[in-house]
Design a protein around this ligand. Structure first.
Ligand code: BDR
Ligand code: CA
Length: 307
């Protein structure tokens, strides 16, 4: 059905900020597929959380399970931020059943039927599922209008001093996406630090409706960050959705980006050449600045449009 909205695949690991990103995408885009990986919490929990958010939003979108671990190595959770259940202890009604199949297959099937450059992919998790999908049928990258990836940092990391969580969990998968023949938008920790949820921002979000109440409860459960002197925390994943639906809110810079896939202390670090100091092509569109008041107003508006 033609909706006038941007067709999208959302790959996620809910995850408190993934849940808010899903609400934003489901309210604002023609989300055709939600794929899930293990990440912030193990796959059985991220899958249940994704189903619950989709169910609460009342959208008939297939939710398909993907990788429970990165291409190399093993799964590692981020429960300090997201809680043992991934949603900070907020219990949502059970969502629709999981759609049978495997994420990479579902992504490829959707893209095979899509017109060239017509579907936006939004990567909010260790990007294993998207990397697997494109590795096995690279020509399908041509069906994507782009991939908006929340990963990396040009400054310090949040998992190690060098590396951001999604990049650190599956650097090989991220390297594959950065090399793919598709326009990439990169939303880093330095960008998401500008989307700071403070008590005042939280208080201004809508209160009516099941989705708005769930969003407020989930955001209220996230501990304030030492990085911001406990003034609040960065709302990472919704920024990668916003970069697709409202690019005018961002300042972008073209940059060469490589990810460290070695075994040393910098594993998962994104080397971002903001100033053209290397000979590598500046082919990544990196989000560098955000108009935070407009971003939070857009999020509030989206939550108001959901049940
Ligand atoms: C990223 O890691 C996860 O914990 C969040 O959901 C986000 O995708 C931020 O580093
Ligand atoms: Ca995430």
């Amino acid at each position: 059905m033609e909706t006038g909205l941007i067709p999208a695949i959302v790959d996620c690991d809910p995850g408190t900020d993934d849940a808010i990103a899903l609400f934003l995408a489901l309210a604002s885009m023609d989300v055709r597929l939600v794929t899930v990986s293990g990440g912030n919490v193990p796959l059985d929990r991220t899958l249940a959380n994704a189903r619950a958010v989709v169910g609460l939003a009342g959208k008939p979108v297939p939710v398909v399970a993907g990788a429970d671990r990165p291409l190399l190595g093993h799964h590692r959770a981020e429960t300090a931020v997201h809680g043992a259940d991934g949603l900070g202890g907020v219990v949502l009604p059970d969502g629709p059943p999981v759609t049978p199949g495997v994420a990479a297959d579902a992504i490829r099937a959707l893209l095979r039927d899509a017109a060239p450059r017509s579907v936006a992919a939004i990567a909010l998790a260790p990007p294993t599922n998207l990397a697997l999908a494109l590795a096995t049928e690279p020509a399908l990258a041509g069906r994507l209008s782009g991939i908006s990836i929340m990963a990396g940092a040009w400054g310090e990391g949040n998992w190690t001093p060098s590396a951001e969580y999604n990049a650190a969990m599956d650097p090989e998968a991220l390297a594959m996406l950065l090399e793919a023949d598709v326009p990439i938008t990169l939303v880093t920790l330095d960008l998401t630090a500008q989307a700071l949820i403070t008590p005042a921002v939280l208080a201004a979000l809508p209160r009516d409706g099941a989705c708005a109440r769930a969003a407020r409860a989930i955001l209220g459960a996230v501990p304030p960050s030492r990085r911001f002197d406990h003034a609040g925390f960065a709302l990472h994943d919704p920024c990668a959705v916003a970069a697709v639906i409202a690019p005018a809110m961002f300042g972008f810079r073209q940059a060469a980006v490589r990810v460290d896939t070695g075994d040393g202390a910098a594993r998962g670090r994104t080397h971002i050449d903001r100033w053209g100091r290397t000979a590598h092509a500046a082919k990544i569109r990196m989000a560098e600045t955000l108009d935070a008041p407009r971003f939070f107003a857009m999020l509030a508006d989206a939550l108001q449009r959901l049940p």
